[in-house]
Design a protein around this ligand. Structure first.
Ligand code: ADP
Length: 542
């Protein structure tokens, strides 16, 4: 029996219409300028999206051609997020922090036809453009387009000039909801980056999850601070969800350092925010040094790497802000799981739930696979690799069926942990970061969390290093808080009691800055490299 229901496509154009129509006057996008803000209502963004779509058609963008962005988080990037997929083209967010050869690799792989570039990024982009073989037009946002010295065959346009005089309405085509809407490449720490291609449907369904009370809980009237870059995992879906529900977006542009970020927070009063833990580490240190009123915030979503429990406690106890811990990947749109404790948990009992990576929503199925390929029970003990699938989870990479990463329609996450019978995911490591000491596994994340609970420690990274007796032992690299001191013996003593005796690390090193990836996560690969090159001053406690 067929249903009697309408079958209208779930599309980005729907989100665009909802945000710029019913929420057009009440919601706004705020772009930080360093000492103030630029503002546009969603109605204005909607009109600009129409103008941009007309302008792109004028540049010859047809069908599912790719339109790249090389931009910070700002109003124009939001406009492109909406306009490009709604006109049927495919938005390709280029990660400005990838290695230069990787940026040109992904632009060529995706066959970008047009790239929109923030003028502040022109010095960087100018060096990459000659290697981008399919780009025919560059649209410079702000500044002087003449500042870009383009190779022959590439036309350069100014964003404002291009949009001026274009109609402020566009007849958005009816698209197949399963067609490509946007793409994002994984950062590819080992091999070439791989392209994840999102569909209109996957983005639409994911947006609903972001807006669910037990999802990110984004609501109409919220002011969402998107610190997480729009060039990484679609800014965790916030821009689309904000247009769906009528939440304003606060965009820091290039002002991502703790001081301007906190100034923006005090001035623009976000109600929620999203970013990786390392950003918040800096924000908390800045607030310590130079207190500001951030009481407008009620929740902060932290993910991308494990959130240290000490950070969650600080947010809660010092600022009354609830940290919602989330796990996800570029391949999962990115919301995979989210840690909201069950209603029955109260008081201190909420913490084990909140510190976990949380529950997978109905749309993300998960299973744990053991070393021998067997499926493991959700018993809170059995540790294996997490595999997931669902309507916003990738089943392949663009032009590259990587059998390593996918099998039977499941995505192998490369993340290792266990699930409780109530469905709470506890990740202990990335498969490649697990430390095997004398045949037993040590969780590097667990050790990092424990070390970071010490008041003198700003950041801690743990990697496995070769050891004659145990084959591998943990090495802890510590960044101390400014003006604080602690030595290796004291830190090791601090761990006693919370870490099993045989896991207590004997190798320590103190570094001034933790190496970070293009999206601000701890870069263990680089730390390992530093260690292998003998660049670390290692203390061996006996
Ligand atoms: P990259 O591999 O470059 O970091 P992604 O942003 O797609 O690119 O990273 C996804 C990975 O980040 C996950 O597979 C997982 O290892 C890690 N991750 C994300 N969120 C969390 C979290 N809350 N706890 C632990 N690890 C996390």
């Amino acid at each position: 029996m067929l249903s009697t229901m309408n079958d209208g496509p779930l599309s980005i154009a729907r989100l665009l219409r909802q945000g710029s129509g019913p929420h057009g006057a009440s919601a706004e996008v705020v772009t930080w300028t360093g000492d103030g803000a630029r503002r546009s209502t969603y109605a204005e963004v909607g009109r600009d999206a129409a103008r941009l779509a007309h302008a792109l058609r004028g540049l010859g963008v047809t069908g599912d051609q790719r339109v790249g962005t090389f931009m910070w988080n700002n109003a124009e990037h939001l406009t492109a997020y909406l306009a490009v997929p709604s006109m049927g083209a495919v938005l390709h967010t280029l990660n400005i922090r990838l290695f230069p050869e990787q940026v040109s690799y992904v632009a060529n792989h995706a066959e970008d036809h047009v790239v929109l570039v923030d003028h502040t990024l022109l010095p960087l982009f100018g060096k990459l453009l000659p290697e981008m073989k399919t780009v025919r037009h560059v649209v410079v946002v702000g500044g002087d387009p003449a500042a870009l010295d383009a190779p022959s065959g590439v036309e350069v346009h100014g964003y404002a000039d291009l949009l001026a005089g274009q109609p402020d309405e566009f007849d958005w085509p009816e698209l197949d909801e399963r067609s490509a809407a946007a793409m994002c490449y994984t950062s590819g720490t080992t091999a070439n980056p791989k392209g994840v291609v999102y569909s209109h449907r996957s983005i639409y369904l994911h947006s609903m999850q972001v807006c669910m009370t037990d999802g990110m809980g984004l609501r109409q009237g919220d002011r969402g601070l998107a610190v997480v870059p729009m060039f990484h995992a679609m800014s965790w879906g916030l821009p689309y969800a904000a247009f769906m529900i009528g939440a304003s977006m606060l965009m820091p542009d290039r002002f991502l350092q703790p001081e301007p970020l906190v100034t923006m927070m005090a001035a623009e009063r976000p109600t929620m925010a999203a970013a990786v833990p390392t950003i918040w580490q800096g924000v908390l240190a800045e607030l310590d040094a130079n207190p500001r009123d951030i009481s407008s915030m009620h929740e902060v979503v932290i993910g991308g790497s494990a959130c240290p429990p000490a950070m969650m406690r600080t947010f809660q106890e010092r600022y009354g802000i609830t940290v919602v811990h989330a796990w996800g990947m570029t391949e999962t749109s990115p919301l995979g799981s989210l840690a909201r404790p069950p209603a029955s948990a109260t008081g201190e009992d909420v913490w084990p739930y909140r510190e976990s990576q949380g529950r997978l929503p109905a749309s993300v199925e998960g299973r744990l696979v053991g070393d021998d390929g067997g499926i493991l029970p959700w018993d809170g003990r059995s540790v294996g690799e997490l595999e997931v699938r669902g309507p916003w989870v990738a089943k392949a990479y663009c032009g590259d069926d990587d059998p390593e990463k996918f099998h039977d329609g499941w995505l192998r996450t490369g993340d290792v942990g266990y699930l409780t019978p109530e469905g709470f995911l506890h990740l202990t490591d990335r498969a490649k970061d697990v430390i095997k000491s004398g045949g037993e596994w040590i969780s590097s994340v667990e050790l990092e969390n424990q070390v970071m609970a010490h008041p003198a420690v700003a950041e801690a990274m743990v990697i496995g290093v070769p050891d004659e007796k145990w084959s591998e032992r943990p090495l802890v690299a510590v960044v101390l808080r400014e003006g604080q001191s602690a030595d290796a013996a004291e830190l090791r003593e601090f761990l006693t009691g919370s870490v099993a005796g045989w896991q207590l690390p004997e190798y320590w090193t103190f570094i001034t800055e933790a190496p970070k990836t293009s999206v601000g996560k701890f870069d263990k690969k680089r730390l390992r490299q530093h260690h292998a090159e003998g660049a670390l001053d290692v203390i061996h406690l006996t």
